[in-house]
Design a protein around this ligand. Structure first.
Ligand SMILES: C[S@@+](CC[C@H](N)C(=O)[O-])C[C@H]1O[C@@H](n2cnc3c(N)ncnc32)[C@H](O)[C@@H]1O
Length: 216
């Protein structure tokens, strides 16, 4: 969902998403809010009048636009609909150095500098950033690897190992333990993520980048 905000006497919010399901969910979620408008649209094709919104927010949206021309078109369109001196906030995987550009068919990792250069070329000034080191996610991946390693190399009978490898996804016991460990790790690591957010480093893969559109 990409959110576009206008401020008059009361805030007005327009949200768009390419998916009908997401829009239906958001409509139910925000049913009580009369100043929220939700529409099915692609960010690269949204046809709001130019210079309409004070703030445009895109959380984990642009990274899903895998085609480079569409990505550039999306940024051009975001800048077009934002008012002069208005702000744009994007959160995406945007590491300093990209190791694997397309880890899945649905995601492209572009570097922090690519985002900054593209918005800069579109007439925006980069003003601030926050990092999400996602320490909990990294820790949990480490724990899962160790768990998988232990299961693979001997701490179970051969028969149990074969069953658990073929049925792993269906095992209610292992998935419950996995969920519990994941939730625990994420919960305890979250304060560390908040603490480190103002200090993004080259190890931070996901970040929030904030731009200001030049005066018009
Ligand atoms: C990872 S989800 C993020 C959702 C939400 N922003 C959040 O943080 O929970 C990505 C969303 O982007 C939407 N999306 C992908 N490509 C899009 C596009 N070109 N225009 C608008 N929405 C798009 C998908 O339908 C999906 O709802």
């Amino acid at each position: 969902m990409i959110e576009l905000l206008v401020q008059h006497s009361e805030p007005e919010i327009t949200g768009i998403d390419i998916s009908d399901n997401t829009i239906d969910y958001a409509k139910r979620r925000f049913a009580a809010y009369t100043k929220v408008e939700l529409l099915n649209a692609r960010v690269e094709e949204m046809n709001f009048p130019s210079v309409s919104f004070n703030l445009v927010i895109g959380i984990n949206i642009l990274q899903h636009i895998t085609d480079e021309e569409e990505f550039l078109g999306a940024i051009e369109n975001i800048v077009r609909v934002t008012k002069g001196d208005g702000h744009i906030l994007v959160m995406d995987f945007s590491p300093v150095k990209v190791d694997k550009r397309q880890p899945s068919p649905y995601v492209v990792y572009r570097s922090r500098q690519e985002y900054i250069d593209t918005f800069d070329n579109g007439g925006c000034k980069f003003i601030s950033e926050f990092g999400l080191p996602r320490i909990g996610v990294r820790l949990y991946r480490g724990v899962s690897k160790v768990g998988g390693f232990i299961r693979l190399f001997g701490f179970q009978s051969k028969q149990h190992r074969e069953v658990s490898l073929t049925n792993e996804a269906n095992s209610p016991w292992s998935s419950r333990v996995g969920d519990f460990v994941r939730n625990l790790v994420l919960k305890f690591a979250r304060p560390l993520d908040y603490f480190l957010a103002p200090f993004p480093s080259r190890y931070t893969d996901m970040r929030i980048l904030i731009f200001q559109v030049s005066s018009r």
